[in-house]
Design a protein around this ligand. Structure first.
Ligand code: ZN
Length: 235
């Protein structure tokens, strides 16, 4: 498969994060992906590499963003949205709930409740779903940021995971959608201050999600009419 990992890469450049993710969040996610794939990493520094032509040849795109959603050009959000509608799989991780492409695809605010420093128990609520294969009925993250309901998303196709936090909140932690021919998975764990992307169960979910989101049908991407390469993005 051709896979793109987009990580804005802002926190990753700060010293406090180096001990957790020495190669950045994108490095840890790349390391976590199993099998023979052609993986391209894009950060905010080279975000203009994301073109309609590149996405037409991409099976699954993974998106991690937090501090710089507003610096993602609208034109790039639109080409990602259109690529998903044409069949590309899209996996939005953690604070990518507020990313431009996910909000454009879902059409709601995608806002939620949050609090630092909690722990989470993640329950499998759709055990027959391909993304849940090989997982126990629940697993725990000893440290995770709390994301709580109400989560302003449209009704998902499936709620694969439900998170329960030590503070008592619950959250639809793993949800799927279809837009056009494209499959979308939003997965809540992955706060940048904790080593979430080394967790075996999280790695299993990401690999399952990639296999599930692989296009089963797609509209060929011959026409990229409204998009011309953009200038450099100011950080
Ligand atoms: Zn976070």
């Amino acid at each position: 498969m051709n896979i793109i990992i987009y990580n804005e890469g802002i926190h990753d450049k700060q010293d406090w994060m180096k001990p957790i993710y020495p190669d950045g969040i994108h490095g840890a996610i790349k390391q976590a992906i199993k099998g023979e794939h052609n993986i391209t990493v894009v950060t905010l520094d080279n975000i203009t590499d994301i073109t309609c032509e590149l996405l037409a040849d991409t099976d699954v795109m993974i998106w991690w963003g937090h501090a710089a959603h507003h610096l993602v050009p609208d034109e790039i959000s639109t080409v990602v949205t259109e690529a998903v509608q044409k069949g590309m799989g899209f996996i939005a991780l953690h604070s990518a709930h507020m990313s431009k492409p996910l909000r454009q695809l879902l059409g709601t605010s995608c806002t939620l409740k949050w609090r630092d420093d909690d722990s989470e128990r993640i329950w499998v609520t759709a055990p027959a779903h391909p993304i849940a294969q090989g997982l126990p009925e629940y697993f725990e993250l000893p440290e995770e940021e709390m994301y709580g309901e109400y989560f302003d998303i449209p009704k998902p196709d499936d709620v694969v995971f439900m998170g329960w936090f030590n503070g008592g909140e619950v959250f639809r932690s793993g949800v799927t959608f279809t837009r056009g021919l494209g499959k979308i998975f939003y997965f809540q764990p992955g706060h940048e201050a904790y080593p979430i992307y080394y967790n075996e169960n999280i790695i299993k979910v990401i690999n399952n999600a990639i296999a599930w989101a692989k296009p089963t049908a797609r509209i060929s991407g011959q026409d990229c009419p409204n998009y011309a390469p953009l200038g450099a993005v100011k950080a």
